[in-house]
Design a binder for this molecule. Structure first.
Ligand SMILES: Nc1ncnc2c1ncn2[C@@H]1O[C@H](COP(=O)(O)OP(=O)(O)OP(=O)(O)O)[C@@H](O)[C@H]1O
Length: 298
């Protein structure tokens, strides 16, 4: 399990990670979500001993990363898939890592199969890898020591839809087998299907966290009608907050209330659903817009 307690990182007067605390339980996948520059990578670097915390601490299986004996056997880490040696073949990268983790060559072949890199691909130099292949290789390296915990920074980056589907399956099976997974992303939909819990971060701070179901329920009601503009006016007149999405409306109110107003005013509903992901997306954007660092520059 991963425990993060009051973790803070300051660079001079700038606070990149601001007093964050959360846990990842064994058997679960936690999505660590936030816009660019929110502090996800910095937090993960502190968790994995790559950068010291200014204050607070993170433990994995009860110890700080630096206290772990042979950490590669306990925690699989992928922070920067492009950091692999470009002049080595994928297989060479894994064989070098296997020596430091203390596993044999057979395990290298096992993880290559696990991540779907073919014999031919494994024999190619990493500089000629596509981004998706690099991600697969990074995940293979993380899995090498048969760890119980995975810490993955943006593992879906560069994967095509089939690759994302594959990765979800892999992480789900890992967690279902009792493993603990923390994965970051700046895209909600990338992690939403696989994550059990979500931790949303903006400007270094946690802006929302909880189980996916809880957060989905907070995301309000998704509505589509034949006349969304009129329905919006009616709902607003009734004091129900409404926001527009690409495909309809998200209403901060119960489905029943929306249904009753629509029925009374003869608006034809095409869809009425509580806890839709559109609501969660809206909430995510809303919560993090105010805290997006990139927004500052815009
Ligand atoms: N070594 C450093 N010195 C100064 N500032 C830093 C350093 N490392 C990170 N930062 C700043 O801390 C903030 C958080 O960066 P971080 O890389 O953790 O964000 P992130 O959520 O991982 O974003 P992304 O999705 O873009 O990778 C950014 O504003 C970044 O510029």
């Amino acid at each position: 399990m991963i425990t993060v307690e009051n973790l803070t990182k300051r660079y001079g007067g700038f606070t990149a990670v601001d007093d964050i605390s959360f846990q990842v339980r064994p058997g679960s996948v936690v999505g660590f979500l936030g816009p660019n520059g929110a502090g996800k990578s910095t937090a993960m670097r502190m968790m994995t001993g790559l950068t010291p915390a200014t204050s607070g601490r993170a433990t994995i299986l009860g110890r700080t990363y630096r206290e772990l004996h042979n950490p590669g056997r306990q925690v699989g880490v992928m922070l920067d898939a492009s950091a692999q040696h470009p002049g080595r073949t994928g297989r060479e990268v894994l064989r070098v890592a296997a020596v430091s983790v203390g596993v044999g060559k057979a395990r290298v072949e096992e993880v290559l199969t696990l991540v779907g890199l073919t014999d031919k691909e494994a024999g190619r130099r990493v500089r000629n890898y596509s981004l998706g292949m690099r991600q697969r290789l990074g995940i293979a390296a993380a899995l090498l020591g048969e760890p119980q915990v995975l810490v993955l920074d943006e593992p879906a980056n560069g994967l095509d839809p089939q690759g994302i589907h594959w990765m979800r399956g892999l992480l789900r099976r890992f967690a279902d087998g009792g493993g603990t997974v923390l994965l970051s992303s700046h895209l909600l939909h990338e992690v939403q299907i696989v994550a059990d819990d979500l931790v949303m971060i903006g400007r270094g701070r946690i802006v929302a966290m909880g189980s996916k179901e809880e957060l989905l329920a907070r995301g309000g009601t998704t509505v589509q009608s034949t006349d969304d503009a009129r329905l919006t006016r009616l709902l607003e007149a009734a004091g129900v907050p409404v926001s527009r999405t690409g495909s309809g409306l998200v209403v901060d109110g119960e489905a029943r209330v929306v249904g009753e107003i629509a029925a009374r005013e003869s608006v034809v509903l095409l869809e009425l659903r509580s806890g839709g992901s559109e609501g969660l997306e809206e909430m995510f954007l809303g919560l993090t817009a105010a805290t997006s660092r990139e927004g500052d520059a815009a």
